[in-house]
Write a protein that binds this ligand. Structure first.
Ligand code: TYD
Ligand code: MG
Length: 454
């Protein structure tokens, strides 16, 4: 029997270290070393795999225009919002990692995927019994003669099932719960996840099967498995959302066969995930008009415009108490900066106010173009004056209180008009978008924007 030993593997660069350290000596990343137990010959095995792979794929250098131009044809998955993210569908022989927090809906989506798939598909559950998966499949309407299901945890059994069923699509749920028996390491450990995924990548390529792996990540995206896997697989799809809200966002963060800037939107319902073609409508459905602290912003995610409501609430505190700042969907450092700019450049005092800012529907605003809307919501709440109900605001806010231009202005404004907004507040120096019915308002400073919107 192979001797077991403890090693520390960097989840960023996969370098192996004999001792734990705060920083990886190979790549310099902090807090990335994870403990792992390996058999004495494991690393040799994985190195051999890596070397033989690189030898097999090596080819003589050619002038770039002489390299054969082979088009990769993706097979549509049958789920529109997923095909949008994958730029057409799944490529045979490719490996896709679907990563997300536990409970977000990965198993649900992939069970729907095997059901919608036109060819033979195999769903491998290493987390639930076949009966449990069958029950869920019934609830979400997954059926079909060409959809196979197996509950297996060992890599040998999984490969055996692929041999038997000969599917064109295999889903393995999840990569952290399967194990290769020849590797003496627990399921979910770095070594096991790495070995199993290498093996599945080889199977996918050899059989020309599309393989989808499920990988759990924690809130900070820090579990070793999926991060390690990102280098190994062809495509990484992240599945995000707030579990307390029905909206789910799917995006490709790496894609060897297409673009990565498409966003897919789903709603989690009792009957599984349903594509949301009109998210703005869904997000604004419960909006209350005429309330102070509410502002709508046409944000953009990938290529997709999305109208979201930013809300702010302030309450007065007795002097001497440190006021709370709470942000949901807005980065707290961004909120702090915008509050400071409002205080210094627009003379709105927040020092004795508790501030709550939130984006409706569990959406996260990573778009600097939504700064102005956040500022207007904060000012509107502090002054207890509603912003015009049919106004949308766009602009990045600088430290000097200046309003800066935003990307994709035309597309954002079109979405606002489509949803019935009639006043569009944009940065002074932006090129005028093509408006049909709405009025254009322009501001170069936060002060000007406030006087136009409130
Ligand atoms: P699941 O797909 O099991 O998440 P993951 O595989 O990412 O861990 O989905 C978990 C949640 O989704 C669960 O809390 C219940 C909810 N859900 C629905 O709301 N409707 C459904 O039809 C299904 C199958 C699940
Ligand atoms: Mg699951």
């Amino acid at each position: 029997m192979a001797r077991l030993r403890t090693v520390y593997i960097c989840s960023a660069c996969e370098a192996e270290h004999p001792k734990w350290n705060g920083q990886c000596a190979t790549c310099g990343a902090w807090n990335t070393l994870v403990e792992d137990v390996v058999g004495s010959d494991t690393t040799v095995v994985s190195k051999t795999v890596a070397v033989s792979r690189s030898l097999n794929t090596a080819s003589a250098p050619l002038p770039i225009m002489d390299v054969a131009n082979v088009a990769v044809a993706a097979t549509p998955t049958g789920i529109g919002e997923l095909d949008r993210v994958l730029d057409g569908g799944l490529v045979p022989g490719s490996v896709t990692l679907v990563s997300g927090e536990p409970g977000i809906g990965k198993s649900t989506l992939l069970l729907q995927l095997v059901g919608a798939w036109k060819g033979t598909s195999l769903y491998v559950s290493a987390e639930e019994s076949a009966q449990q998966v069958r029950l869920r499949a019934e609830r979400i309407g997954t059926s079909g003669d060409h959809t196979y299901l197996v509950s297996a945890m060992s890599l040998g059994d999984i490969v055996g099932a692929i041999d038997k069923v000969k599917p064109s699509l295999v889903v393995v749920d999840s990569v952290q719960t399967i194990a290769d028996e020849s590797v003496e390491s627990a399921p979910g450990s770095v070594t096991q996840v790495r070995e199993c995924s290498f093996r599945l990548v080889q199977e996918a390529k050899a059989r020309n099967v599309a393989v989808v792996l499920v990988g759990h990540v924690t809130k900070d995206g820090n579990i070793a498995g999926p991060r390690l896997l990102e280098h190994v697989v062809d495509t990484v799809v992240s599945f995000e959302g707030d579990r307390l809200h029905p909206l789910r966002m799917v995006r490709a963060i790496k894609h060897r066969f297409g673009t990565t800037n498409e966003l897919g939107l789903f709603e989690m319902t009792d009957a599984g995930l349903v594509g949301v073609p009109d998210a703005s409508n869904m997000l604004l459905a419960d909006r209350q008009l005429g309330v102070a602290g509410s502002v709508v912003v046409p944000t953009i995610d990938g290529q997709r415009p999305l109208l979201v409501e930013v809300q702010a609430l302030t309450t007065k505190l007795a002097t001497g108490v440190t006021p709370r700042r709470s942000a949901q969907g807005v980065e707290s450092s961004r909120l702090a900066m915008l509050l400071a700019v409002l205080e210094r450049r627009a003379r709105i005092p927040f020092a004795s106010l508790e501030v709550y800012a939130s984006v409706v529907g569990g959406v996260r605003l990573n778009d600097p173009g939504s700064d102005l809307a956040v500022c207007l919501a904060l000012a509107s709440a502090a002054l207890d004056k509603p912003v015009h109900a049919d106004l949308v605001a766009l602009g990045e806010v600088g430290l000097g209180g200046e309003i800066r231009h935003v990307t994709h202005l035309e597309r954002r404004v079109m979405e606002a008009e489509r949803m019935g907004f009639r006043q569009v507040l944009i940065p002074e120096n932006s090129k005028a978008p093509d408006l049909r019915r709405a009025t254009l308002l322009r501001a170069s400073t936060l002060g000007e924007a406030l006087s136009l919107a409130l």
